[in-house]
Design a binder for this molecule. Structure first.
Ligand code: GLN
Length: 194
């Protein structure tokens, strides 16, 4: 039934894209590393991985990525942005302000967890009410969601912050779901694509 497995692209300009590919395959999708905007036409969803958002911005400036990604999302195709990927998808970026795609109504603050705790592992919660369950999370120089617009939905929390949010076809995480063994976020995203 290979035809039923969605083909999901992982943006391979910079950052930890291989780990996302492994998680998506483990969760039942086919994957394709996307290094050229033309490749976006073939994939049904896209992951923008963590890395360094300023470096990603420079690489995106060198191609027609801004326009191409807005067209991709405008066609209703799903995008998951983790960490630096979330920073790129947000409508407003702080610390310092920088340009972004504005595909989810959210204000995010870069490197928001301070120097002492640049990276940490924690257990957050995914889902709400009776569906709520623990989710392991790894944060690396992580951005914090400071504001979420009314059309965005908070899906997971850690230490009092929303750390996973969705607005239509766009899903963002301030942590790195690809670095744990838990497939929850990738399964959820495949559900959005399918
Ligand atoms: N600190 C990085 C930034 O601001 C994000 C870190 C990450 O993606 N792990 O772009």
């Amino acid at each position: 039934m290979a035809g039923k497995r969605p083909l999901i692209g992982v943006l391979g300009l910079q950052g930890d894209y291989h780990a996302h590919g492994r998680m998506l395959e483990a969760a039942g999708a086919r994957t394709q590393v996307v290094k050229k905007t033309e490749q976006l036409r073939r994939v049904q969803g896209l992951v923008i991985p963590g890395g360094e958002s300023t470096a990603l911005i420079k690489l995106m400036d060198a191609g027609d990525w801004w326009e191409s990604l807005r067209i991709f999302a405008g066609a209703g195709k799903a995008i998951l942005g983790t960490c630096a990927g979330m920073i790129l998808l947000a409508s407003e970026v702080l610390n310092p302000p920088q340009k972004s795609l504005g595909l989810i109504d959210a204000t995010v603050e870069r490197n928001s967890y301070g120097r002492q705790v640049e990276s940490f592992e924690g257990t957050g919660t995914f889902g709400t009410g009776r569906q709520e369950r623990p989710l392991p999370m790894i944060f690396i120089r992580a951005p914090r969601i400071r504001r979420l617009g009314p059309r965005a939905k908070a899906l997971a929390f850690c230490r009092g912050d929303c750390v996973l949010a969705r607005q239509g076809p766009v899903l963002v995480a301030s942590f790195h779901p690809e670095l744990t063994a838990d497939l929850t976020v990738h399964r959820y995203f495949i559900g959005m694509v399918a």
